[in-house]
Design a protein around this ligand. Sequence first.
Ligand code: HEC
Length: 195
Amino acid sequence: MKSQFIGIATLAAALAACATPAPTADEAALAAEGRKIALGMQQNLAGKLFAEIGKSGPAGAIGVCKTMAPEASAEFSRSSGWRVTRVSLKVRNPVLGMPDAWEQAALLDFDSRAAAGADAATLERAEVVREPQGRYFRYMKALPVQALCVNCHGAADKLPAAVKAQLATTYPHDRATGYSPGQIRGAISLKRPLD
Ligand code: HEC
């Protein structure tokens, strides 16, 4: 009985190891680079957002957000050589924010880990992914909802009236409301070719 138990445990461990192979030194270095870029982008956006809300209020900051966030993505992409985007399961801007299959799976995983008690600020995924055009290194970092975010992503019936009006004209198909602090609003997603 005992040896059979050990046999099953060993098999289970081997299967688990197969499902998530330990990262190589190169992969760990790429993940660290991705983490650094994502953190830089996250801090850059939060800083700009904070300053703009202080200057012109949340409704005034929406217009800036609309141009500022895509500009930051383009700037971080150009300077790093990775493609840097922001994605979400409930998008405000469907042109830029729609996740692909890998990103959707990661976002769903982040949500279930946060629901199970994980700190949303620590959630990330780093992986070599084989796609039809080749191999890519992909990195994703969860974006937790903070108090600041609720101004524009909180419960629809509690948004400031001016924010609501501005969102209705600029983003008529907005799905990015109803969030509370601690939840995951989306993620910064990075991708770079490997070969
Ligand atoms: C001043 C209002 C405002 C605040 C505050 C705000 N956002 Fe947004 N958010 C927007 C707008 C507007 C967009 C759409 C930008 C665009 O057109 O690309 C957006 C888009 C996003 C997206 C991209 C995916 C999507 O839904 O299109 C993410 C992720 C995001 N916000 C996260 C956050 C987080 C996290 C915070 C808090 C740190 C935050 N936002 C605070 C207005 C805001």
